[in-house]
Design a protein. Sequence first.
Length: 99
Amino acid sequence: MCGRMQVGNKLGRLRGQIDALDRRIVRMLNARGRLAMRMVEHKQARPARIPARERQVLAHVAALGRGPISPTRLRAIYKAIMRACLAVQVEAWRYRSGG
């Protein structure tokens, strides 16, 4: 097998692994979104967004960052995740409220 084919096969395998991880990540994000929807039932009069809780989550995630993705980038990713989950909560609240 020539060198280019070996590199192509290795890249194909790595891409396949990334695709599998992406599927897992999407499943986990949807699970997080479902939990966010369920929280609407328990928040009732509380605000949907609680900045102190967001800071706590971001600090926790940054502390877990021991890999090639820096704590700063992890915080940015999680800010986007939390915005998406907040949007899910707002939509669920509107649905429950008949709006």
